[in-house]
Ligand binder design. Structure first.
Ligand code: FAD
Length: 627
């Protein structure tokens, strides 16, 4: 076995991940931990200042309810999420996040985030729930607050350590193991409670950007399904694993469309079919009541565009020039004011990209795009797993204590495994939390995890013989490389192993062709999914044979294995749900209709740690009284 030092870290609360939800958890938990004399340790695979989905910055805070100004009620938000998710949402969780999110946003402002204000001092809204920000340094600001809170409470932050496996004592989590992505160090974390906040997953499906564009995607390439893997492997019940997210974005650089649709009131059209939201309006009748209420769910909006693409009426376009001209038109009688407004709109359009997707600004520049003069191509991206956004996949977590929800077995946001909490993209069926809601959810879980430790915490019993076996397995790709690399003239072609990139291509091909990726126009069926599972079995066997020549490739190898588990949970749940509830995210061609009678429910799954078998379950939907 590779000769790596084993570093043991003892803590009370272990926070895995350093993104928005983890930063929320760290900030809140540190406050309570300090009072109770407990230690909080936060571990990120990257550098926290620029890690996770917000690494590059964002141009809007997408969840703000506006309670203090009477803008909306909590019930409004619950209804909005129910509607967008076609009736399938954990309304207790959505409500709990919504009632905490405004105070989180106010904290962001206090910490230095610039939120746009109008002349009356009110926040500038992009849409009903969205606030415009100068967000290039959004992540740096939120990470700084988490770091300060941890430092003040005497906790520890460990960066560039990749968390791989949970450690368990029966049905109780007792820590985690991982490895340094820079040094020859294997980490063992012993903890009384653990929060999984390691984001969602990308590159499970073959991306549109391949070859020289490989690595470019809407979702950040750093998140590879670690939250899902960690909770599944711990034996936690999972939910909504079929609810992937497919955003429609500016094509090839994945630039955001929110500001165009919401702020600029732009239209999307197909090359010959006109405004597909109007021409295919009657299709929405098939998805009543959701299709008939505004805002139309994201998946249905995608679907109407896809109808035109399927009919060969692509490309789809965002009518940027028309939108800008429409806004500036109010100044048409004053040439000077008109020119000034046009300049202002033009700079807002570019800033939107420069704040969060710089590559889109570069692509526009390289293709001589002037948004005020010409429309720009948009397209449906490959599928992603992002339970905090418009997807819903994640762990099945306990609801808040004070609500009459049927889903309660302990502390809010605790999974079905004792002491293991899930947040952000890691917790399921509570979509539309976005950056602010993920942070708020992290705060909720952070406080609850400390409460769990105070009330039920036990010294973690970690079986070091088991840890030694995990170390051997986790470092095996390095050993395989060392043992066999000289046996062939090209070390990347070797019958004893495959390189992480080769494995990744195989996983992505499988998912693309059998589970409804871009190549199959997001369509799948029972027969395709069953065949996909057969092939996945072979893939999983071969995952034992991945080789790595350095730290970088060891990380890539384990990211791939984690992705594979996310993929399997997805395929199994697609197979289980015999209807098409979210066309525009995926179509079950053999069960093409929405079937409320049998499937207005959660589809949950659980992997049994003892037998290795998967169990599939339906769970009833609880509707919030008054919402
Ligand atoms: C392209 C895009 C645009 C978005 N736009 C907006 C927007 O405009 N407004 C808005 O409010 N929200 C937006 N969101 C949503 C927002 O970014 C997410 O909701 C939020 O970041 C989710 O928080 P999280 O903690 O679950 O994940 P992240 O913030 O992604 O954090 C995940 C963390 O886990 C770490 N990690 C991953 N794997 C491991 C591992 N194995 N070991 C240790 N650490 C690990 C990562 O390094 C990272 O620190 C957008 C998201 C995306 C992808």
């Amino acid at each position: 076995m590779a000769n790596w030092e084993t570093v043991v870290v003892e803590t009370d609360l272990l926070i895995c991940g350093g993104g928005f939800s983890a930063c929320g958890a760290a900030t809140e938990a540190s406050y309570w931990a300090k009072k109770k004399g407990l230690k909080v340790t936060m571990v990120d695979k990257a550098a926290e200042d620029r890690s996770g989905a917000v690494a590059m910055g964002l141009s809007a805070i997408n969840q703000y309810v506006g309670i203090r100004d009477g803008e909306n009620t909590l019930a409004d938000y619950v209804r909005y999420v129910r509607q967008d998710l076609m009736g399938v949402s954990r309304e207790d969780l959505v409500y709990n996040i919504a009632r905490h999110v405004d105070s989180t946003v106010h904290l962001f402002e206090k910490w230095g985030l610039k939120i746009w204000k109008d002349e009356k001092g009110k926040y500038v809204h992009e849409g009903r729930w969205q606030l415009m920000i100068n967000g290039e340094s959004y992540k740096v600001i939120i990470a700084e607050a988490a770091k300060n809170a941890i430092a003040e409470a005497g906790g520890e932050i460990i960066e560039r350590v990749f968390i791989v496996e949970p450690l368990l004592d029966g049905n109780r989590v007792v820590g985690a193991v991982g490895f340094s992505t820079r040094e020859n160090k294997f980490y063992v974390f012993k903890a009384k409670a653990v929060i999984a906040g390691m984001g969602g997953a990308v590159h499970v499906f073959r991306p549109r950007s391949v070859g020289e564009g490989f690595g470019r995607s809407w979702y950040p390439p750093f998140n590879s399904g670690s939250s899902a893997y960690f909770t599944i492997k711990a034996g936690a019940e999972m939910t909504c694993q079929e609810v992937r997210f497919i955003p429609v974005r500016f094509k090839d650089a994945y630039g955001p469309v929110g500001a165009w649709f919401l702020l600029f009131k732009s239209r999307a059209i197909s090359a010959e079919g006109g405004d597909y939201m109007t021409t295919h309006k009657e299709v929405l009748q098939n998805y009543a009541p959701y299709g008939l209420v505004k805002p139309i769910p994201a998946n249905l909006r995608n679907y109407l565009g896809m109808i035109d693409v399927d009919a060969g009426l692509g490309p789809l376009y965002m009518e940027t020039a028309e939108a800008i001209q429409n806004i500036a038109a109010q100044f048409k009688d004053d040439p000077k004011a008109f020119k000034k407004k046009m300049k202002e709109l033009e700079s807002e359009a570019w800033e939107d990209f420069l704040d969060m997707t710089i590559s889109q600004a570069i692509l526009w520049a390289s293709q001589n795009v002037k948004p005020e003069e010409k429309h720009s191509e948009i397209a449906a991206c490959e599928p992603y797993f992002i339970g905090s956004h418009s997807g819903a996949s994640g762990a099945w977590v306990s609801g808040p204590e004070d609500l009459p929800t049927p889903y309660k077995w302990g502390y809010a946001n605790m999974t079905t495994v004792q002491g293991l909490f899930a947040v952000g993209d890691g917790s399921g069926a509570s979509s539309h939390k976005f950056s602010s809601g993920s942070h708020a959810e992290g705060r909720i879980a952070g406080k609850q995890a400390v409460k769990f430790i105070v009330e039920k915490g036990q010294a973690p019993k970690v079986d070091m013989a088991e840890v030694e076996k995990l170390k051997e397995r986790i470092l095996r790709p390095l050993d395989l490389w060392d043992k066999h690399k000289d046996e062939t003239t090209d070390p990347e072609v070797n019958t004893n192993y495959m390189m992480p990139r080769q494995y990744l291509h195989r996983l992505q091909k499988l998912m693309d062709e059998y589970a409804g990726g871009v190549v199959s126009a997001f369509k799948t069926s029972k027969a395709l999914l069953q065949r996909g599972l057969e092939l996945m079995d072979f893939l999983k066997t071969d995952s034992e044979k991945m080789a790595a020549r350095n730290h970088h490739e060891l990380t890539r190898a384990w990211e791939n294995i984690q992705r594979t588990w996310q993929a399997e949970a997805h395929v199994r749940t697609l197979l289980f749900r015999e209807e098409t509830r979210w066309p525009g995210y995926y179509f079950r061609a053999d069960t093409p209709k929405m079937d409320d009678k049998n499937w207005l429910c959660f589809a949950n799954c659980q992997w049994d740690r003892k037998t290795g078998e998967w169990k599939m379950m339906k769970k009833d939907i609880w509707t919030m009284p008054g919402a």
